[in-house]
Design a protein around this ligand. Structure first.
Ligand code: PEP
Ligand code: MN
Length: 369
């Protein structure tokens, strides 16, 4: 496949720095679209985004303003001199977008999963040489992602980029709305070497406070750009209110990501600090979840030992466990005193738990209330 990297799209987009795409999740009103897009442009965006047709899970919720919003994007383009991008999900969307001078199209995650829909879009694009960005499918299936890109390429589109917006999870407690599964991006890169990749931290995070660290990770992995939802008044947004940032927040974030030295001097590095703190919170929550799993298993072992009339503590096993854990700590370059302390505590708790089980069982057997 011959796919052109963004720098070769001939659109006067930056070649030596990440491409920033920003604008509201949805175009809601003309004023909101214009204000949000002009704000995003001032904050450093190179391309303006907005959703015109919104794929919503529940019918009856705001499903986008539709074609009425297309002239608003035209006005945003005139006001800023920047190219625009919107999501298209069928052939009618493609026709309307092109008729209104939209510069770049993107295919949403709910569309990439459906080869019929992608083919319909590709067919509608056959005689148009327009750049298209393809979001990963909602489910973690790189083949579907590659397949959608191939369908576009087969009708003659060569200016194609991939957008990484994370993948659906069944874990309600996951800190991410759509966990990133970074390894799948590396897989895509292996399948289509040289394809430009845009990170979409907004849809990965689903919340503002961890946007920075996900953006940073994307840039560290040499992504070619970021798409960040930006709204004049995020809390009042008609869709994705929790994940959008104001133009000022976007500006601070971009400064601290792209010019860290300057941002620190201007006292704007707090986004970075907040973000690292959120990562620590996430890791601690995960450790507690794992501890709970460990405690449950240890309880089951206690029950088993009881039925087999085995002693609660088997010294050999414990010594062997500790040795092994200290070796793992050494391999990972983690302080062995820290690891020893943690596992001594865990072991004590586990023994106490198992003794408690034995005690309760004896009480039952002896008929004590
Ligand atoms: C969006 O970009 O607003 C959007 C709907 O994204 P996704 O297709 O990734 O859910
Ligand atoms: Mn959105």
């Amino acid at each position: 496949m011959k796919i052109k990297a963004i720098k070769d799209w001939g659109m006067n987009l930056p070649a030596d720095q990440p491409l920033i795409i920003a604008g509201p999740c949805s175009a809601e009103t003309e004023e909101q679209t214009l204000e949000s897009c002009i704000g995003a442009a001032k904050a450093g965006a190179h391309v303006l985004r907005a959703g015109i047709w919104k794929p919503r899970t529940n019918p009856g919720t705001f499903e986008g303003v539709g074609e009425e919003g297309l002239p608003w994007m035209q006005k945003a383009k005139e006001a800023t001199g920047l190219p625009t991008t919107i999501e298209v999900a069928n052939a009618n969307h493609v026709r309307a977008a092109l008729a209104h001078g939209v510069d770049i199209l993107w295919i949403g995650a709910r569309t990439t999963v459906n080869p019929f829909a992608v083919q319909e879009i590709a067919d509608a694009l056959k005689w148009h040489d327009v750049p298209v960005m393809v979001k990963n499918p909602i489910n973690p299936d790189v083949k579907l992602w590659v397949g959608a890109i191939k369908r576009l390429h087969a009708v003659g589109i060569t200016r194609i980029a991939a957008i990484h917006r994370g993948f659906h999870t069944l874990d309600q407690k996951d800190i991410y709305r759509n966990p990133p599964n970074w390894d799948l991006v590396l897989e895509l890169r292996k399948e289509i070497p040289g394809i430009s990749i845009i990170g979409d931290p907004s849809h990965i995070c689903g919340r503002r406070d961890i946007l920075w660290s996900v953006s940073k990770k994307a840039l560290d992995l040499d992504f070619n750009g970021l798409m960040i939802e930006t709204h004049r008044n995020p809390d009042e947004a008609w869709s994705d209110a929790k994940q959008q940032v104001t133009p000022i927040e976007l500006e601070h974030m971009l400064k601290s990501l792209l010019e860290p030295g300057k941002a620190a001097k201007a006292g704007e590095a707090s986004t970075e600090l907040d973000s690292w703190r959120s990562e620590i919170d996430r890791i601690d929550a995960l450790m507690i979840k794992l501890l709970k799993q460990r405690c449950d298993i240890s309880g089951q072992i206690g029950e088993f030992k009881l039925t087999q009339k085995m002693p609660v503590v088997q010294l050999n096993r414990w010594e062997q466990m500790m040795t092994e854990r200290l070796e793992w700590a050494q391999e990972q370059d983690v302080n062995s005193r820290l690891v020893k302390g943690i596992f001594d505590n865990i072991h004590q708790d586990s023994v106490a738990r198992q003794r408690q089980i034995t005690y309760e069982r004896q009480q039952v057997e002896e008929g004590v209330d």
